[in-house]
Each structure stands twice: as C-alpha cells, then as structure tokens.
Ligand binder design. Structure first.
Ligand code: 5BU
Length: 484
C-alpha cells in the first residue's frame, strides 16, 4: 500500500516492480550469470513484451523521467528497449532512430535508420544497465553518424558501474529504479522471504560499484590501461614509437587501405583523408601507372599529414628471395615503405632476409598472425607460433595483422583489416567487423579500412567518421579497463 506521503511516480514505480516480479521478470534463487558470477537474483526484462500493460506503463515511467530534457530523437538499444522506445516515441510524438546491429550487406549500408541531421541530439533508451557497455556502444554508433548523445534513460540500474562509466564518457544516465529499490519494494510488499532479503542485500553490497582506488586498479589489463603515449615511451623500435606518438597526437587509430588503381586517384585520396589517419596502407602492385614519382609524392604526403606508410606486400618466401623482392624489382619497396608485412609460413628466414635490407633504414615488419577472410588457415597453433616468432625478432617485428589481440606485450601493435561501420561480408570471403568490436572488444590497436572509405561518396567525411568511431572505442576500452 502506498503511504500518503508517497508521490504518484513512486507509487507507480512500486507497482511496476511488483508486476515484474509477478510475471517472472525478477526471480530469486541461485543463478549463474553470463559473467560466471553466482547471483541470488535474476532479471529477465524481455518477458515484458508478453505483457502489453507493463510495456505501456514502463514506457510512461521512462518518459516521465526524461520529459524535462531536450532532444530531437529517441533511440532504443536493441532488443528489449526497441519496442519501449517505440511506445515512447508514438505516445509523445518524438521521432525515433534505430541503430542497426546486424549486417545488412546491401542497399544504403546505413548504420542508423531514421531521419536526422548532423548535430541533432538523441536520447538513448535501455531496459537494464550493468557496466554501461551496451549504451556506450550505441552512443558511439550514433555519434560516429554525426548525432550528439548526452543522456540516456534506463528502467533498472543494477548499480554495477554503469552510471560512472557513462559519466566518464560524457553521458548522464537517468534510471527509474535500482536493484536496491527492487529489494526494498518486494520485501516491503511481502514478496520475498526474510532470509532471501538478507542474501540479496549482501549480494548487492558485494557487487556494488565502489569508485575507490583499489577497485580502479583491481584488474589492470596492461595495454588496455596504457595510453598510446605511455606505450610509445616503452618501445625500443623507433618506428613503433613514432606510430604510437602519431596515434596519440592525431587521436587516430585508423589506417586507410588505399586500394585504388590509378596514381592520380591514389594521391588525391591520400591527400584528402590524410588528416584523419595514422597510417596509409598500399598495394603498390595494383597501380596501373606506377612510377618512382608516385612514391616520392606519397612520402611527401606522409610528411605533410604525419602518417606511416605501410606496403601490404605479404612477403612469403625464403630469406634470399624476399631480400630481392623487398629491395629491388620495379618497386624498390624498402626505399619508401616504413612498414611491410610477412607471412610466417616460411619460418624465421623470411624475417631475417627482410631485416637484412630494412633494419639499417629504420624500417619494420608486421607478421600476419590471423587473416580477416573466411576459411583462412591462420589460426590456432599457427597463430601462436607466429607470435613466438615475432617475440624472437622484436628488433624488426613490431606487431601483427590479426583479428583480435594476440599478445599482451604493450609494445606490439595489433592491426586489423576487415572493418566497416556495419558488420558483414563481401562476396569474395572478406568479413567485416565494426570499429567498436575491433578496437573496443577485441583489443586491436589499429583498424584498417579500405572500401569503407574510398568507395564512400565523400571519402574525407567517411575517414573522419571512422576516426571518431575508432578513437571513441579506444577511449571506452580505457574507461572500461579502469572500472572492471
Ligand atoms: P577492405 O576494402 O576494407 O575490405 O580492404 C581491406 C584491405 O586489407 C585490403 O587491402 C586487403 O588486401 C587487406 N587485408 C585484408 O583484408 N585481410 C587480411 O587478412 C590481410 C590484409 Br593480411
């Protein structure tokens, strides 16, 4: 029963909590959570969709929480919050946006569905928040599309660091109720046995986010908490030191894969996108009109825009042959490319041959530990042996091509191809992951983007969007590592 002092809003919150319990959206017992943690309480708010009355009331409570804020649109985090945001949008005549989660692979390739213009503000709606990662991921997609996200609203705050993490990323989180509120309401209304009340209260206290120093430094994930500038200082290789420095200065972990076939197009593309990238990757052998002047112009663009030049030659032969391929032939790669890469399949001789040519010129090499194409054979023990080979040749090998972090050594660089703003694939086996997946979840350092940029209507704008998305994902990863 509501006390006379109780506001109408509080009373409605209590009723919703009780209804959620009645329909088994809140359960007590012994549960193993996705994280492996044992919990005496389990929330499955998805069941709300089978109870339209609850959905409507929840959408009203969420709306009441945010009605004084100003925004142009709402965006529900997939999936449960999508229909809730729809109800809020329809009842209050506010436009809605949808962030695509799955690959579309055809048509406009849009990341955000719905109408908006650059600078519009968007309010994120979510059902439950724990660490805040899902909201942050949605916010990153929205902001990389030009929207401004300053606030989010959630039905249930599990009090596990979401507010703090979002705050660290400039987002204010409003919540209708917390896990403590659920406990208080259900025990007050006689829905829980006294011993369960104690168990759940202890669980909440033990798992509650504590913003103190011990927790901040509880689980340092070494190169997740190290800034680019700190990693630069740890590198003994001059090129990796320079590259981390550029990433720090330009706030960019984007490498452009400039896979166009005419020199004119190549130079124009690189000049336009140069301000947004830390690296330009070439396949010089696809140029129809290669000549030495092109590489001279490329190196002056590298100096103008401050980026590293990487020739994606993928050397894969015995040491003696790769020496010639690297230094001679038509392309004289060692004369102009700061960075090259090699397959580990021939054994360490390939590195030794390349090193003989490149080391004295201050060049460096990446080993291909993993590939982005479907069905490739670079996995498991092959990838592990590649990492070992790199560790044994750290004076010349500065990192990896890979699809997720393969080494915890903070001086190694992880570079990942197969990146688009939406996950998906092409029709020749290339597989795409998003910037937040590659940089945020898989711990890579640099994302390599080709068609996502040079096939865009405005490559400079696309490069800027990737730059923001990649850097935001890096910042979010750092913030997460601080509060895990
Ligand atoms: P895309 O247009 O973003 O799909 O281009 C990816 C680039 O990265 C392209 O130049 C490939 O040759 C390169 N690449 C790759 O996609 N996957 C790999 O595993 C390696 C290189 Br190694």
């Amino acid at each position: 029963m509501a006390t006379p002092m109780m506001t109408c809003f509080q009373e409605r919150v209590e009723q919703v909590i009780e209804r959620l319990h009645d329909v088994d959206a809140v359960k007590f017992g012994n549960f193993t959570l996705k994280s492996g943690i044992q919990s005496p309480v389990y929330f499955d708010l998805r069941v709300m969709i089978s109870h339209p009355d609850i959905m409507v009331e929840v959408s009203k409570l969420l709306w009441d929480k945010i009605s004084t804020s100003k925004f142009d649109s709402l965006c529900g985090v997939p999936y449960t919050a999508l229909p809730i945001a729809t109800l809020m949008s329809a009842a209050n005549d506010v436009p809605m946006l949808i962030r695509r989660k799955e690959a579309k692979g055809y048509g406009t390739n849009k990341l955000i569905e719905g109408k908006f213009k650059e600078g519009d503000s968007c309010f994120i709606v979510e059902d439950v928040v724990s660490s805040g990662s899902s909201i942050l991921e949605t916010a990153q997609s929205l902001s990389s599309s030009g929207l401004v996200v300053k606030e989010a609203v959630v039905l249930l705050n599990r009090e596990q660091g979401g507010v703090e993490k979002l705050d660290a990323n400039g987002i204010v989180l409003h919540s209708v109720f917390t896990m403590t509120d659920v406990l208080n309401v259900l025990s007050k209304r006689g829905k829980m046995k006294p011993d369960m009340v104690t168990t759940v209260a202890e669980y909440i206290a033990a798992n509650k986010f504590q913003p103190n120093k011990e927790i901040l430094s509880a689980k340092p994930k070494i190169n997740d908490v190290l800034k680019y500038s700190e990693r630069a200082a740890m590198c003994t290789n001059e090129l990796s030191r320079r590259l981390f420095g550029i990433m720090d200065k330009k706030k960019s972990n984007l490498a452009l894969s400039a896979d166009v076939t005419s020199s004119k197009e190549l130079l124009q593309l690189v000049d336009k996108t140069g301000p947004h990238v830390c690296m330009v990757k070439t396949h010089v052998d696809i140029l129809e009109d290669f000549n030495q002047e092109v590489v001279e112009k490329l190196t002056s663009l590298a100096a103008k825009h401050n980026f590293v030049l990487f020739e994606d030659r993928k050397f894969a032969d015995i040491g003696n042959t790769v020496m010639h391929q690297y230094s001679g032939g038509v392309y004289h790669i060692s004369e102009w490319a700061d960075l090259i890469n090699a397959h580990a399949v021939p054994g360490p001789g390939v590195i030794h041959g390349l090193k003989k040519i490149g080391a004295s010129k201050g060049r460096a090499c990446l080993l291909i530990a993993e590939m982005s194409s479907s069905g490739n054979l670079a996995k498991g023990s092959y990838s592990q042996d590649t990492v070992k080979m790199a560790e044994e040749n750290k004076d010349f090998v500065i990192g990896f091509i890979c699809v997720s972090k393969v080494s915890s050594d903070p001086t190694f660089l992880h570079m990942t191809p197969g990146v688009q703003l939406e996950a998906g694939k092409d029709n020749l086996g290339q597989q795409y992951l998003t910037p937040s997946e590659v940089i945020g979840n898989r711990g890579s350092d640099i994302m390599i983007v080709g068609r996502g940029i040079y096939q865009a209507q405005d490559p400079a704008l696309a490069a800027k969007q990737f730059q923001i998305a990649g850097y935001d994902a890096y910042m979010a990863r750092m913030a997460e590592a601080m509060i895990v």
